[in-house]
Design a protein around this ligand. Structure first.
Ligand SMILES: Nc1nc2c(c(=O)[nH]1)N[C@H]1C(S)=C(S)[C@@H](COP(=O)(O)OP(=O)(O)OC[C@H]3O[C@@H](n4cnc5c(=O)[nH]c(N)nc54)[C@H](O)[C@@H]3O)O[C@H]1N2
Ligand SMILES: Nc1nc2c(c(=O)[nH]1)N[C@H]1C(S)=C(S)[C@@H](COP(=O)(O)OP(=O)(O)OC[C@H]3O[C@@H](n4cnc5c(=O)[nH]c(N)nc54)[C@H](O)[C@@H]3O)O[C@H]1N2
Ligand SMILES: [Mo]
Length: 693
């Protein structure tokens, strides 16, 4: 390992190393890792980093506990029991790499597309994410993976509207006078944004929360609109209706910066006039007067900011809903102010800054055009036979930075796919997760404390650098090192397979955008961007204007859920409750579920159910219940609570299946139908029934 370059040397034996949190979270904190005699003893936030100002979430402040966890996988493992049983024996690296190489070469000789990489954002790093791994799979000609499991409905919708995944600067929320926290529970999922919102509140700003669940965040906002899941598009249209009829519009901003011609504002205006508050109230299940009050606040307060988050796009109409919400600040001219506008994602600001071609080397495909498999339908796709339509049956999966058996929809199908005797599965992991349990070979991966990496983020606009603080534990190797070793075994001789992890942190950025000296020295480098990015329009669309009608997508409209009384009445009669499954505060998707001190805070898997819904079903607080639908059954504890609205149950996730009551989690019930835009899963569009167990 290269010697760590340190922030300060406290004594010969104590150093503080600058790092970056790798996790899938908008905040992407700058870290200071205290190392004593080669052991990380403290992981803290860096107070100098403006967007995250030294505060850490409870989870990542336990990062050392996670890294030194007694159950870390620290040697390669080979399966000795039945598929999925999690029975392994340690093997040497050489044997592991040779076994994998032999299998992959045999499959690739028939058709490399039968090999599938499966990864998401277990680490968001550009090097340990899809850096060396992408080079490897491109060279091999493996299937491509459509990485849709989280954000592509909202992300594609935002890009269709604004031209990119771009938005406000998070630090600017301090100066907002009105904040709409929309489909987001920042006390759980974005605590640093929440600090800025709290400061604004203390300075007199009004906060609205738009969320079916009465979250901890909703408790602390002035107003809470508990709409039915999947009805945000209807709400946004009614807000536009009110803006129009009350003349709360910035006509000059619209004329200059919204799509010109009849398909622009005139078409949207006509559509919004069909949505008086009463109509939306009936769809959303909220009082029409609340919609009027929200519209009045939004139409008459500046600067007004919307913190939209991905919670509201995990439904059939999630893409259309994001397009509609994203149009709101363009109608009121909220974008004129640095503290006005909208933030869903800032990741698009990094697009010109990241040199993805240098990092991922798509040229190694050498003209081949492998098929693409959607990670959100992995349940069905692992069970498909070869066909002209699908291409070859999947014969091998290499999983890294992800835990699909727990997190992908309809996990009964996913587990069935991974349990196929003829499927060769390799999992790069820190722990024996539900997915690793299904592997033929498990490879021990390093954690962020042990490797180099660099990344952007999606909640602020600093490029981040992570230096290794400690040597790899046991025999762990970084993802990039593992793919480098596999490349060598496969005989891939291109020089790019020799690049070190540290060299790749440099290749990742275009120096015109990221000051590499600052990044190396400070641990982050702020992209140079204007404070109010769209005050004068200049959206990154072809004509610089916000797009209303989009080729192929038409005019945005309210699209009802796949599963709801309006669309599937027979199903709704059998399964009358809508289930959402938002993140638990002390887990990060399925990461940290195995950290005892955090699991102790979360307790056990539970479902929140409203007192009325519980009473008619004879469910008491704390009782064991079964949640079920045609896809499966899941047991957990009931929490009878007004955090749930009537008709909606909240199954907080994402627990490891094997730590649940009966070896399942909420995804036993979710389905694989996709969103209207972005080919994403619709986790929060799911009907169930609940009964005492
Ligand atoms: N502690 C913690 N932090 C996390 C995560 C985690 O698991 N735990 N996950 C990370 C990840 S992967 C992501 S993508 C980000 C963002 O993660 P998100 O999944 O967006 O997380 P939340 O901010 O919790 O927002 C979800 C909120 O949307 C609400 N919601 C559900 N359905 C609807 C709907 O139809 N309409 C509206 N308006 N609201 C709805 C839920 O009740 C919930 O409060 O957060 C990241 N941060
Ligand atoms: N029902 C329901 N399902 C959901 C969601 C929901 O809200 N409800 N949320 C969805 C969302 S938003 C997302 S983003 C996905 C998340 O899905 P995933 O991206 O799969 O996230 P995690 O469950 O956190 O799993 C990440 C795994 O990567 C591993 N890992 C971390 N760092 C490294 C590394 O450096 N190397 C290697 N090899 N492994 C590493 C961790 O140990 C962990 O097991 O889940 C989705 N699933
Ligand atoms: Mo996510």
């Amino acid at each position: 390992m290269e010697p760590p370059v340190v922030k300060s040397v406290v004594s010969a034996a104590v150093q503080v190393v600058r790092g970056a949190c790798p996790h899938d979270c908008p905040d992407t904190c700058a870290l200071l890792v205290t190392v004593e005699d080669g052991r990380a003893v403290r992981v803290a936030g860096n107070p100098d980093h403006p967007p995250t100002h030294g505060a850490l979430c409870t989870k990542v402040s336990r990062y050392a506990e996670r890294s030194y966890h007694p159950e870390r996988v620290l040697t390669p493992l080979k399966r000795v029991g039945p598929k999925g049983a999690g029975q392994f024996v340690p093997i040497a690296w050489d044997e592991a790499l040779a076994t994998i190489t032999t299998r992959l070469q045999a499959i690739a000789a028939r058709d490399p597309q039968a090999i599938l990489p499966y990864s998401y954002a277990g680490t968001m790093g550009l090097v340990q994410g899809d850096g060396m791994a992408a080079r490897f799979f491109h060279r091999l000609g493996a299937s491509l993976l459509d990485r849709t499991i989280c954000a592509s409905a909202g992300g594609d919708a935002l890009a269709a509207t604004y031209g990119g995944k771009v938005g406000m600067h998070v630090e600017q929320f301090v100066n907002s006078r009105l904040i709409l926290v929309w489909g987001s529970n920042p006390i759980t999922s974005s605590v640093h944004f929440w600090t800025f919102a709290q400061q604004a509140k203390r300075a007199g700003a009004k906060l609205w929360c738009i969320d079916p669940r009465r979250t901890e965040t909703a408790d602390k906002c002035h107003r809470h609109l508990a709409l039915r899941p999947g009805t945000d598009g209807a709400l946004a249209l009614a807000l536009m209706h009110e803006l129009i009829v009350h003349g709360w519009l910035d006509e000059a901003y619209i004329a200059q910066h919204v799509q010109a011609g009849p398909e622009g504002w005139p078409a949207l205006r006509e559509q919004a006039l069909q949505w008086p508050p009463e109509r939306a109230a009936a769809v959303c299940g909220v009082p029409a007067d609340d919609i009027r009050e929200l519209a009045r606040d939004y139409g008459s307060t500046q600067p007004a900011a919307i913190r939209l988050n991905y919670g509201m796009q995990r439904v059939h109409g999630g893409g259309n809903a994001v397009r509609l919400v994203a149009l709101l600040p363009c109608l009121t001219g909220a974008w004129r102010h640095p503290a006005g506008g909208l933030l869903l994602s800032a990741s698009g600001w990094f697009k010109p800054a990241v040199d993805s071609a240098a990092l991922q080397r798509p040229d190694l495909l050498a003209g081949r055009k492998p098929r693409t498999i959607n990670m959100s339908t992995i349940g069905d796709d692992l069970l498909r036979e070869s066909s002209p339509d699908f291409g070859p049956k999947v014969e091998a999966v290499l999983v890294y930075n992800s835990n699909p058996v727990a997190v992908a929809p309809q996990s009964g199908r996913v587990a069935q796919g991974f349990a196929r005797e003829d499927l060769f599965t390799v999992v790069l992991e820190h722990f024996l997760t539900d997915t690793a349990d299904h592997a033929d070979i498990v490879l021990p991966a390093t954690t962020q404390l042990e490797h180099w990496d660099t990344q952007g983020g999606y909640g602020h606009t600093c490029a981040m650098l992570n230096r290794p603080a400690i040597a790899p534990l046991g025999q762990a190797r970084s993802n990039a090192q593992i793919f480098r070793d596999l490349a060598a075994h496969m005989g891939f001789s291109e020089p790019c397979f020799q690049d070190s992890d540290e060299q790749m942190t440099l290749q990742a950025w275009r120096p015109a955008w990221v000051d590499m000296a600052v990044l190396r020295e400070q641990g982050w480098a702020q992209l140079a961007l204007p404070a109010a990015p769209f005050a004068d329009g200049g959206f990154p669309t072809p004509d610089g204007r916000v797009q209303v009608t989009v080729p192929g997508l038409g005019l945005p409209t309210h699209v009802p859920n796949h599963e709801c009384a309006e669309v599937t009445p027979a199903l709704a009669a059998r399964y009358p409750l809508a289930m959402i499954s938002p993140p638990a505060r002390h887990f990060l998707n399925s990461s940290f579920v195995n950290v005892k001190s955090l699991r102790a805070i979360e307790g056990e898997p539970l479902v929140e159910i409203h007192p009325q819904d519980a009473a008619v079903r004879g469910i008491t607080d704390g009782a064991l219940v079964r949640l079920f639908n045609d896809r499966g059954e899941y047991r957990c504890k009931a929490e009878v609570s007004e955090r749930a609205r009537p008709g909606v149950v909240n199954g907080l996730g994402i627990w490891w299946r094997k730590l649940g009551v009966d070896g399942h989690n909420v995804n036993e019930l979710t389905h694989q139908q996709l969103t209207d835009i972005g080919r994403a899963p619709s986790f929060y569009d799911c009907l169930v029934e609940v009964a005492p167990a």
